[in-house]
Design a protein around this ligand. Structure first.
Ligand code: HEC
Length: 121
């Protein structure tokens, strides 16, 4: 029984460490690159400014939402349930950064934030 508990603790410790890897590049390489490097299924290609420009108009929040919930052939959280929302957001930031559109996304964010600001009561 003791060994089981020790094993469990070890597993928990590993899970605990996982969020430390919430670097956008790592998540991108492990999960998102599969589609976003080649354009598989029509995914906007990483670093292709023209492909990302119209999307960035959604603002970062809009892009996070698409990545977290999925959009057409884009699977929710890139198809990896185990990714935390922080990891998914970090990967989106990384993708937007690769396209050189961080500023555009951030300024679009303000407008999108206002439009989406309807808290249901
Ligand atoms: C199975 C292939 C696939 C994987 C894996 C994948 N994507 Fe996508 N992604 C797509 C496709 C296809 C689209 C285009 C969806 C559309 O607009 O119809 C897309 C679009 C997007 C968009 C733009 C959404 C929008 O609203 O315009 C973002 C942001 C994005 N992906 C982020 C990610 C991130 C972050 C990951 C990794 C965690 C990821 N994707 C993994 C296929 C994939």
């Amino acid at each position: 029984m003791k060994t089981t508990v020790a094993g469990l603790c070890g597993a928990l410790a590993m899970l605990w460490v996982a969020p430390v890897f919430a670097d956008g590049q790592g998540v991108f390489e492990n999960v998102c690159a599969k589609c976003h490097r080649s354009g598989l299924l029509g995914a906007p290609i990483a670093g292709n400014r023209a492909a990302w420009e119209p999307r960035v108009k959604l603002g970062l929040e809009g892009l996070y939402k698409s990545a977290l919930l999925g959009k057409n052939d884009m699977p929710a959280t890139g198809g990896k349930d185990r990714l935390s929302p922080e990891e998914v957001r970090a990967a989106v930031d990384y993708l937007v950064g690769l396209a050189g559109l961080t500023q555009e996304a951030e300024s679009a964010k303000a407008a999108a934030g206002e439009a989406g600001d309807r808290t249901p009561r």
